[in-house]
Design a protein around this ligand. Structure first.
Ligand code: HEC
Ligand code: HEC
Length: 347
């Protein structure tokens, strides 16, 4: 189950080629017309921030600009590996003509969680539906309520141009009905949505996340700007096995290790943009999950260039809240340093 989720998460990043071997000619399912129970837009906005929807769809959620030019608050265009084409982020504001205004709740849920549009087309898997698949029905009600509460923006992103149509995704388990309360199970969902593995899990030679080293630490970037994303498995020697649940929750929300030092660089950015907003119970759920996964011995920092070669940036400064930067962290999140994104936003 976990490995499967990992694999799917990795494939989501890999894109086009990724899901091909899972292909199955399933007929498009019929979306039911029944609207969802009324969700809470604030709770939905919380999930959207954690998942970094705005990082791709833009601060205004209106997707890539119609003419494809750069510029916040609009979104970005994803490029498929190996010249496989482009998929501009869609307009997911309630605009009836160019957005999702005419979609039923069920159609929206199906697109976000299963990757199938109302017309039966499979979404490009760079849109991380393989990860959103883990979001429970009740949380989806909130997410849909949030999307519907956003201002409608008229903007028609350019059509996608893909060499190969994405394959029908296949999931090993249906999405959960209701999200568990404070527990490792809730933590697993949050960690999947937040894509911690994208930074903390090393990749195989093929570029997929290595399931045998799940969250066991990884090197981000290269050369002088490289940074180790720590081993966050419960290994006592190389991971965070000695940290208590409270200490892990504090590190994730406030950027402070048990020894008082501040988390820096890529992690500080994520905390500023996203993780500081985690509720206390959700931060503890994430910590409970991290306590429950297999301990893996791995010391990524040992692979870094000597400390003298590390640049000194402002990143060592204490973590300061940064308002309004909702999903920019998601640029790194989805595809960032893999360099596969064609940024159309100057940010
Ligand atoms: C890594 C970038 C990325 C992230 C993060 C992302 N999306 Fe997407 N999304 C896309 C792209 C690109 C498309 C268009 C795919 C295509 O055309 O095949 C898309 C398509 C969609 C669609 C279908 C719209 C349509 O008109 O076809 C919906 C709905 C959607 N996204 C919702 C969301 C929500 C909600 C979130 C956050 C929970 C989210 N997306 C996060 C990139 C992303
Ligand atoms: C964009 C990349 C990125 C993402 C996403 C990310 N991290 Fe990190 N994380 C890092 C880096 C880099 C460090 C090391 C920071 C440092 O050395 O100052 C780190 C450090 C940590 C630490 C401190 C470990 C230690 O031994 O000092 C914890 C705990 C942690 N991350 C948990 C998480 C969790 C949980 C998530 C998802 C909710 C997550 N991280 C998502 C990059 C990331």
């Amino acid at each position: 189950m976990l490995k499967r989720a990992l694999l799917l998460a990795a494939l989501g990043v890999l894109g086009l080629t990724g899901l091909a071997f899972l292909a199955e000619a399933a007929p498009p399912r019929q979306a039911t017309a029944a609207p969802l129970a009324v969700g809470d837009p604030a709770k939905g906005g919380y999930l959207a921030r954690l998942g970094g929807c705005a990082g791709c769809h833009g601060q205004n959620y209106a997707g890539q600009r119609a003419d494809g030019t750069a510029g916040a608050p609009f979104g970005i265009t994803l490029t498929a590996p190996g010249g496989g084409g482009t998929a501009p982020a869609s307009n997911i504001t309630p605009d009836a003509e160019t957005g999702i205004g005419r979609w039923s709740d069920a159609e929206l849920v199906r697109a976000i969680r299963d990757g199938i549009r109302p017309d039966g087309k499979v979404l490009y898997p760079g849109m991380p539906y393989a990860r959103w698949h883990t979001i429970a029905d009740d949380d989806m009600e909130h997410l849909v309520a949030f999307l519907r509460s956003n201002p409608a923006v008229q903007n028609k992103p350019p059509a996608r141009q893909l060499q190969v149509e994405p394959a029908q995704p296949r999931f090993s388990a249906p999405s959960p009905k209701s999200s568990p309360g404070e527990s490792a199970g809730r933590g697993e969902i949050l960690i999947t949505v937040a894509n911690c593995a994208n930074c903390h899990t090393p990749r195989t030679a093929e570029g997929t996340l290595d399931p045998s080293k799940y969250l066991a630490g990884n090197i981000l970037g290269t050369g002088a700007t490289a940074q180790a994303a720590a081993n966050i498995t419960p290994d006592r020697a190389t991971g965070i096995g000695d940290w208590t649940v409270e200490q892990i929750a504090t590190a994730i929300k406030l950027g402070r290790r048990p020894n008082g030092t501040a988390l820096s660089g890529a992690m500080a950015t994520q905390i500023n943009n996203r993780f500081q907003f985690l509720s206390d119970t959700d931060a503890r759920a994430v910590a409970l999950y991290l306590k429950s996964i297999p301990a893996v011995q791995n010391r990524p920092a040992a692979l870094l260039p000597a400390p003298a070669a590390m640049p000194r940036t402002g990143d060592d400064a204490p973590v300061l809240p940064m308002a309004g930067a909702a999903g920019l962290g998601a640029l790194a999140l989805g595809l960032g340093w893999l360099g596969r994104r064609r940024a159309s936003s100057p940010a």
